[in-house]
Structure formats: C-alpha cells, structure tokens
Design a protein around this ligand. Sequence first.
Ligand code: FES
Length: 155
Amino acid sequence: MTKIETFVKEQANKYGKSRKSLMPILQEIVQKERFLSEEAMIAVAKELDLSTAEVYGTASFYTFLDTVPKGENIIRVCKTIACHMKGKDEIIEAIENTLNIKLGETTSDKKFSLLQANCLGWCHKGPVMLINDKVYPEITASKAIEIVEEYSNKN
Ligand code: FES
C-alpha cells in the first residue's frame, strides 16, 4: 500500500465510507498534500466504492480542492457577479503584472499561484481577494499589489 493509500484508509476509518465522507476526506488530503493528485483520487474512489469520475467531478467542482500542485501562497480573486462589477478584472491584471504570471499559473519560485474563485460570501464588500485563508475585502489594484508584496517579503 502506498503512503497516500494508507492515509486515505485512515481518513475513511475516521469519517466512514459513505458518500458524505467524500468532501471531508478530500479536504484532509488537500490539507496534508497541498493538492489532490490523481493517485489520491483513485485511492479515495476505491476506498469509498465510488467511480473515479465522481471523485474527480466533486474535486473539480470545488475550486478549493486543487487538483494540480500549487504555490506556497494561493491567491484567489472572486469572479462572481458583485465582485466582477466592482472591478475584479483590474485586480487580476495588476497581480498578473506584479507576479509575471497569468491566471491559473504559479510563479517560478513557487511562492504564488493566482486563481479565481466563486463567490466568497463577502459580496457587499467586493472586490474580494483571498490569500490562503485570509480574506481581503474592498481591495483596489494598488492595495492588492501592496498585500501581495508583503507576502513575498515574508519569508
Ligand atoms: S460576489 Fe464576490 S464575494 Fe460574493
């Protein structure tokens, strides 16, 4: 049994093997490994007796469950309507230019990945940016750059 298979088995013992254990188990894997590998998804499917398509479908529906390796800091800009109307495109463009990457990419030093997210529940204070699990409401392009620069000087 591989390391990931053992880990999945442990999680299935902890959460149970029913369909409703799928999300918590996937979240545990992302927390541990930082992303969901194909191997991990196959192991989950086997353990919960689901099809891999079902596991993959769930994982890719939730943008929080990354299916590709990501940078140390994950920047997510809300793309849903309220934030869109308040100028999320400008924010994304400013971050892209600062980090020299495009949406969906990771910087070559693996420090940052830039993604979009569905509504983060802060619509009244848009546009909203999330870095890892910290929410930055009412940001402007220049504020976003400032915050990202703070992170890049952190370690
Ligand atoms: S639309 Fe952006 S947080 Fe809800």
